[in-house]
Design a protein around this ligand. Structure first.
Ligand SMILES: NC(=O)C1=CN([C@@H]2O[C@H](COP(=O)(O)OP(=O)(O)OC[C@H]3O[C@@H](n4cnc5c(N)ncnc54)[C@H](O)[C@@H]3O)[C@@H](O)[C@H]2O)[C@@H](O)CC1
Ligand SMILES: [K+]
Length: 258
């Protein structure tokens, strides 16, 4: 489940965290949903709350008056973004949510949007998004189910984000990057940070992710044991921990301007 490559992800304390391919992460999801739990609703809520907290950390003390744009796709990745949009809006942040195709939302992301609509947050199409004054862009367009080069409304949103000067925070994987290989078949988001969920993905190369942070979405150790993974929780008392990739030592990250 951990191939391809020799990806080694470690915490600041040097604890190695196993990486998974798209297939491996789907298996984690399957075991969680069919056997150990948590349910998808719970995992997505945990993902979105961690994402909102990471966004606040990135914006710093001015977060409450910063403009946040959340770009959300129709799948699980988008659902996490919509959840973060609600948590930020609930705290009075200036949030604009842009969903690529509202009618295409899956059941759980659609429910997240239903809850978001009870906040003061706004919705806008990509064409209506502000051209300047944006403090942070949250990228929740495409996750590990990316197939081929981004197209349609997701591509339009990636282009808007890449033209926007604000830093980007990607959920799970920068949109447009293949989570298993790190290949970029077309346009893709170049984030200042990536918050990845549960386990790092093999394609999360240092020159693509910006700072890499791992978020706890509540999956129990038994789930990983059923997959045969050598896993020790890296979280301690925290819900988010920074990770370091083995390819980050080459200084590739410094060469990328974000
Ligand atoms: N346990 C977990 O791993 C959890 C995962 N979650 C998130 O869910 C994501 C996976 O969700 P999904 O499988 O629903 O899919 P994604 O959210 O990765 O993708 C959504 C949709 O994008 C479309 N798409 C694929 N390739 C495209 C392309 N080239 N251009 C335009 N559109 C394209 C497909 O129609 C796909 O259904 C993960 O990456 C993660 O962020 C969270 O929902 C919480 C739980
Ligand atoms: K993403």
């Amino acid at each position: 489940m951990g191939t391809p490559g020799q990806e080694i992800f470690t915490t600041a304390d040097g604890l190695a965290v196993p990486a998974v391919t798209e297939e491996g992460m789907r298996e984690v999801d399957r075991i969680a949903v069919e056997d150990t739990g948590p349910a998808l609703f719970q995992m997505m809520e945990n993902a979105g709350r961690n994402l909102a907290l990471q966004a606040i950390d990135m914006m710093g003390p001015a977060w409450a008056s910063s403009k946040v744009v959340v770009l959300a796709g129709t799948g699980g990745n988008g659902g996490g973004g919509i959840c973060a949009a609600r948590h930020l809006a609930n705290r009075g942040a200036d949030v604009t949510l842009s969903v690529t195709r509202v009618e295409g939302l899956g059941e759980v992301p659609a429910y997240q949007r239903h809850v978001f609509l009870g906040t003061q947050g706004r919705e806008a199409s990509v064409g209506e998004l502000p051209a300047d004054g944006v403090g942070l862009v949250i990228d929740a367009l495409l996750g590990y189910s990316l197939k081929g080069a981004p197209r349609g409304a997701a591509l339009e949103a990636i282009r808007w984000a890449n033209a926007c000067a604000a830093p980007k925070l990607s959920l799970d994987v920068p949109s447009g990057v293949n989570s298993t290989t790190g290949d970029t078949p077309g346009e893709y988001i170049k984030p200042a940070a990536t918050l990845t969920l549960a386990l790092p993905k093999t394609g999360l190369k240092a020159h693509l992710t910006g700072d890499l942070i791992l978020a706890d979405i509540g999956i129990p150790v038994a789930c990983y044991q059923k997959m045969g993974l050598k896993y020790q929780s890296p979280f301690g008392a925290a819900y988010r921990v920074p990770l370091r990739q083995s390819d980050s030592a080459q200084g590739e990250r410094a060469a990328i301007s974000r």
